[in-house]
Design a binder for this molecule. Sequence first.
Ligand code: ZN
Length: 282
Amino acid sequence: MSNQINKTLVFDGQVRLYFVNNTELVQELFELHENTPLPLKLMLGKTVSAMSILSGSLKGQERMNLQITMSQPAYQLFAETEANGNVSGYLNEGLLKAEVYENAFMKDVIGPNGRIRVIKGTGMNQFTSFTTMPNQDIDLDIANYFAQSDQTPTFILTELQLNENAEIQSSNAVYAQLLPGAPSALLSLVKHAFNQQPNLVSRLNTALSEELEKRFENVKMIGSSSTQFFCGCTKEMFYGMLLSMNEEEIKKAIEQNEEIEAFCHICGKTYRFGQQDLFNLL
Ligand SMILES: [Zn+2]
């Protein structure tokens, strides 16, 4: 069941409720950020987990790109997902260099004036919207984006469990959205059920339909889709970065018969540009 989104309709098709166990995906993300302070890793993990379950709500060629800018505008977090379940995310240089204590609260890293920018759609048909982060929280404020920008009441819950070495033990998420015409009280019932029983999310892992049927009327399983960590980087993409380098530096590397290395901060891959590559640049 790992990295698989299970899709259901509850309350007679009036609310869609998805569940994912994306432990492997979030583990991979944590391994790439071994040296990042825990509050930042958790913030990134929760965002990527939310985006991974949201991939299940996209259709065809749709993508969703999310940027979170903290109160300190130099601190930014990026995540992207596609209808095929691919998801990635990273912290910008400003945030990686920030002095964040291991025991800092995520709320304080976000600060009172955090903002979310979402670009959603397909190639030619994209919509950009900006919302604030009144809750200083990843789950609540991504849900707030849907309420504000799409006028669709939404509930998102991501749960990351750590072991004593601060490694990911499990990662689960729930996404519920009111379908057109449904009374908003139904979504409140879903929120209430999860808020009342914090361990309900992980219980869905072993007994999804049973646990849902106990709480919500007329549960129907409607399918599943997969989700995975994926960075679309290629060596070609890094040529642009090299081109923006000082020409002198490139000449120097050629003279000294050196390679230039480029490192992808999203997936950890290293690309090497040898002598021939550098010659081609000049
Ligand atoms: Zn990459």
